[in-house]
Design a protein around this ligand. Structure first.
Ligand SMILES: [Zn+2]
Length: 307
């Protein structure tokens, strides 16, 4: 499967590196699939109503051109071809864009759907109070168990979407948080959602204190959060997978070689016909380290971010 990396929301929390909302766009035989969605068009139009006070902490730029919908347009894809969206959890910066794809089924763990739509604790009431609109969408709940994936005990391959897309239960950041593994052909890509905020949690380098404090403060279960760091760091050291954080790292965390030497350097043929976009358009961010000025549109890159 061909995988594109998109940044669907740039944030500038105080005293921290800029953060991105990492979204995977996957071309499958059964249509386009998104993993997470970042902020959406409605979020940009109404930040107070859709995102709420947390925006004063994360400080998103809310630029419509960063939304997945606009980036698909620039890439020449049709929004209605997005048939499935797999979300790691229901925080606003991960699900805002799902509203822009009404033809898609939204896949999430049953535990996360329960937390988002029933909010049994005060923390969850505060956390999910502005996401009720999502309950009207076509939600598909999953209970990963019984299968294992790369040492993670609770996983489920989402066969109804495509072979090679696996929901890996990893609660801690939220009650039903999950990671999503995607088989990109020559290696797996693991979208870690918010299982860790900064790559220092994996490679042992310094984690900015502001990010550490934010991550700890919002964690549903801090012990599980720390356990997840350890397990993902172990996976990182094993050099088998490409572990990508959704937003808090502005680089992909990978010990794996970029491409096995036996594979050709040329990308596989696209499964979807794409109309030619304007020159230089269509390009998602590839985790630029350059902070975006607030209120300005995202820069355009000439090279599609896929492999
Ligand atoms: Zn989160």
């Amino acid at each position: 499967m061909k995988v594109h990396h998109l940044n669907c929301g740039t944030m500038h929390p105080p005293r921290a590196p800029h953060c991105v909302c990492h979204v995977l766009l996957v071309e499958t035989e059964n249509g386009l699939v998104l993993v997470d969605s970042g902020f959406g068009i409605d979020d940009c139009a109404d930040p107070p109503g859709r995102v709420g006070p947390v925006r004063f902490i994360t400080r998103p730029v809310f630029v419509p051109t960063e939304t997945a919908a606009h980036q698909l347009d620039r890439l020449g894809f049709r929004r209605k071809d997005v048939r499935h969206i797999v979300v790691t959890h229901f925080d606003t910066d991960h699900i805002g864009g799902i509203a822009d794809f009404p033809h898609a089924r939204i896949h999430v763990t049953a535990a996360e759907a329960f937390a988002a739509f029933n909010s049994p604790t005060l923390q969850e009431k505060v956390r999910y109070g502005r996401q009720e609109w999502a309950s009207q969408l076509n939600i598909v709940e999953h209970s990963p168990n019984g299968e294992s994936w790369r040492g993670f005990a609770a996983a489920k391959q989402l066969d109804e979407i495509a072979p090679g897309i696996v929901l890996v239960s990893l609660p801690g950041h939220t009650r039903g948080h999950a990671c999503v593994a995607v088989d990109a052909g020559h290696r797996w890509i693991l979208h870690c959602g918010d299982a860790f905020y900064h790559y220092g949690s994996l490679d042992g380098t310094h984690v900015p204190r502001s990010l550490w404090a934010m991550e700890t403060a919002v964690a549903f279960d801090r012990k599980k959060m720390r356990d997840n760091h350890s397990r993902l760091a172990e996976l990182y050291r094993s050099a088998e997978e490409d572990c990508s954080s959704s937003r808090h790292t502005t680089r992909r965390c990978s010990n794996a070689p970029r491409r096995p030497p036996s594979l050709p350097a040329r990308a596989p043929a696209p499964l979807f016909r794409r109309s030619p976009g304007p020159r230089g358009s269509g390009a998602p961010h590839r985790h630029s380290r350059t902070a975006l000025p607030r209120g300005r549109p995202a820069p355009r890159h000439r090279r599609p971010a896929h492999w």
